[in-house]
Design a protein around this ligand. Structure first.
Ligand code: ATP
Length: 308
């Protein structure tokens, strides 16, 4: 008798930016407490999983050469974590994961976390598991603090290490221009630089996100633009001084405001509408301050199975 092989499953998953990122002091366990407001953007990765006799990972697209294709890939860790969770660890050795990257690697937009979230959802469907998204989010949190948000998408307030999420009312579609830098930045190095800057002095802190949450509820991009803030920005700029020029160029091109996304080096520029975003993107692309420019909007939904 022939075994029934399930059809491949493809999941599309959003990137994230941090509209607000407040970083607490270094804790004894080496981590920092965060208060952050995530927004999921329409810049996406796509992950396909299928059952095969040749398990492994394949990566194509934006920055593919920089992504590990062994067990260091977060997607592979997601396959194993889910297989272990349902008590069928050997199933992980029969899955191939094909990742098409649109999210820049090591860009501060949580691309690896997005792939892990997409893989969890894709394997849940592939293996016909009855798991609620909240149960998947618990597994997601064991893989990385940005992974649960990639499952839910939308706009959310994150606390703890960013993995404790509460959805946030956001009344508008916001239009963004993203400037990718030549090379990525290592997240641990950026946190280390922030600790160093704080030891050496007292760089300003972004404070609490209340006003930004009100701006999101009102849906006014101008008000939101005034309130974008990221404690990691000074550290990212300190490690990559050219980002200062990029941030200035976006605003000169007509963006309402610019902010380094997460640990950088991607810069996110908020624009008044879609038309303005296209204009800012064209001008920024010609300014020679970054490798590539993309237009995106948010909030968008979290990881979703694509209908063929
Ligand atoms: P962080 O989530 O730490 O802020 P980031 O968004 O800046 O990270 P990612 O694109 O997630 O950056 O990549 C961080 C590192 O994770 C990469 O340098 C890469 O070696 C590793 N990595 C593991 N799996 C993946 C994946 N599926 N896609 C991209 N990078 C991955």
């Amino acid at each position: 008798m022939l075994a029934v092989v399930p059809p491949p499953v493809t999941v599309r998953v959003p990137s994230k930016i941090n509209l607000h990122l407040s970083v607490g002091d270094l804790r004894d366990d080496g981590y920092h407490d965060l208060t952050t407001v995530f927004q999921a953007l329409s810049l996406t990765d796509e992950v396909t999983v299928f059952v095969t006799t040749e398990p492994g990972i394949e990566v194509s697209g934006e920055g593919a050469g920089l992504v590990p294709t062994d067990d260091g890939n977060l997607a592979m860790r997601a396959v194993r974590a889910l297989a272990d969770h349902v008590g069928k660890p050997h199933e992980a050795d029969r899955v191939r994961v094909v990742i098409r990257k649109g999210i820049p690697v090591a860009g501060g937009m949580a691309g690896g976390s997005a792939d892990a979230a997409a893989t969890l959802l894709a394997c849940t469907t592939l293996w016909n598991l009855e798991l609620h998204r909240d149960e998947l989010a618990e597994i997601a949190a064991t893989l990385g603090s940005d992974v649960p948000f990639a499952l839910y998408g939308g706009t959310a307030l994150g606390t703890g290490r960013g993995e404790q999420l509460v959805p946030v009312l956001s009344r508008h579609t916001f239009h963004w221009v993203l400037a990718f830098d030549q090379r990525g930045l290592s997240t641990p190095k950026v946190y280390g630089e922030l600790d160093r800057l704080r030891d050496a002095g007292d760089p300003p802190r972004v404070g609490s996100p209340e006003a930004l949450l009100e701006a999101l509820a009102s849906g006014d991009p101008r008000q939101l633009g005034l309130l974008l803030g990221n404690d990691l920005q000074a550290a990212a700029v300190s490690l990559r001084p050219g980002l200062r020029r990029t941030l200035r160029a976006g605003v000169t091109a007509g963006a309402l405001a610019g902010v380094v996304s997460g640990s950088g080096p991607t810069c996110a520029f908020l624009c008044s509408d879609g038309e303005s975003a296209l204009k800012v993107a064209a001008e920024l692309a010609g300014a020679g301050v970054c490798r590539t420019v993309r237009v995106a909007h948010g909030p968008v939904q979290g990881a979703r199975v694509c209908d063929e």
